[in-house]
Design a protein. Structure first.
Length: 104
């Protein structure tokens, strides 16, 4: 029974450490939000905008590294002309970048 009394907080000092612990958890969450979560959400929105703006005739580079020109577009897929009138169908998400005229 004496050991139970020895483990009890003395002079109410246990409450202060709980507040500081909650403040530390809040600070850690804020750091994770601004350093990891928010930039990923911003990048996902930019990627979604890029994929929604593609149009027929755009020169693109696929995630695999294949270069081609958009020959047709559906809701989820696009037809890519890779040269010599060879056309391949890919998911829109497979498009890595859209080349601007100065990148060519």
């Amino acid at each position: 029974m004496y050991s139970l009394l020895a483990m009890a907080p003395q002079d109410g000092s246990g409450g202060g450490s709980m507040v500081s612990t909650l403040i530390m958890f809040g600070a850690i969450f804020a750091i994770f939000y601004f350093m990891i979560i928010r930039p990923q959400q911003k990048k996902a929105k930019e990627r979604e905008k890029l994929l929604s703006e593609i149009k027929k005739g755009d020169k693109v580079v696929m995630n695999s590294g294949m270069h081609g020109v958009i020959a047709g577009i559906d809701d989820k897929t696009c037809l890519i002309d890779v040269g010599n009138n060879i056309k391949m169908k890919f998911d829109r998400t497979a498009i890595g970048t859209i080349l601007s005229p100065k990148d060519e």
